[in-house]
Design a binder for this molecule. Sequence first.
Ligand code: ARG
Ligand code: ZN
Length: 424
Amino acid sequence: ARPDGDVVKAEVEPEAESEASPTQDKEDDKVSYQGAQVIQIDTQTAKDVLDSILEKGEIEEWGRNKTHVDLYLPSKSTGSIKSLLMSKNISYSVMIEDVQRAIDVENVVETEAEDEFAGRKGHKMNWKSYHSLSDIYGYLDYLADTYPSQVKVGSVGKSAEGRPIKYIVISSGNPGAKRFWIDGGIHAREWISPATVTYIISELVENRDSYKDFASDIDFYVVPVINPDGYEYTRSSQRLWRKNRSKGNYFCPGVDLNRNWGYNWGGLGTSNENCREIYRGTGPFSEPETRAVSNFILQNKDNMKGFITFHSYGQYILLPYGHNYNSYPPDFKEMERIGRKAALAIKSVSGATYQVGNSAKLLYPASGGSDDWAKGIAGIKYAYTIELRDQGTYGFTLPAHYIIPTAQEAMAAVKTVARAVQES
Ligand code: ARG
Ligand code: ZN
């Protein structure tokens, strides 16, 4: 996918030069997003045109709110889509001028020499950069070794490519404890999600004294990366991959794991086409990841009262049900009350605004999501999807220095829901 000019240049370069960059080969396997853009347009004035462009599947909706929608334009489509919009008199603004450039600068990776704690800490996490799956799993193992009486680490099962899906249980030691589920990384490209969930783990374990008011009443069941294959694939090959890596279709692998859960599977906001980003798979729980995680939740659902699945982006606290516009659980008002409290807590931590409401109404209907299943089938009272930062400035390519502020907000939301769980 590299332009010819680069190939010619590489050939005339002296041998010594290319040996000086041993990562070159690996880089060549990566998809380049050079020339791709993210633009924002007004949702209302453009509705019909917008629907017809999205219907074709050539460009992708990255995010939306009441007034705007963010559209990802692959480089080959930027010209045609922009002229189409101009011809219909629809104005747009460019949010991300060059997606590859945004990817190139999002992740600061410190060398061991720069990291003053490296080697002494016993793990590699620093929340200053986005980490590999092996760093994340290494951290869970480190916690298991270091806090054997408080935590238990294991695997809920294996991904399509055979990677373990690791969990950590952070236990209060109280036999009557309520349980609280937290997960991240179901969508591969939403890097802020595993980063945030590992931060939450670190707070609950290594900063336990700050959470005394609920720590002895709640056991946390946490899976930081539900989709490990997808996550690794976004690091090695295609930064904007969303689905898992299951090989149902040779040309278009992968299933959207948040359309694959067994509650109103196959309804609105899903696709039966392999190549679409919202491909639902061949049936409910057709994927090893959703099967393993849902079974693990069912095995532990007694007393499970809290459930938060972290996604990005948009800054939302989303409530079930999301499979259509008019299905509400009977205790929706109570869920909303706690959701609003969580948004207030976030606001007081960082000033950020998170909108609270039903996911179909606030975003769009989407069936087969884990939140709907958690509420409707597993019967978990306080079940939320939280869409972390931002609101479209960087989208999925949120620079790594936002990890800590974003994770602190998320921790404020977890605290609020934990108190509701404690009292439930
Ligand atoms: N952005 C998330 C997704 O598209 C939202 C999921 C909300 N939940 C739902 N059941 N629709 O997967
Ligand atoms: Zn997502």
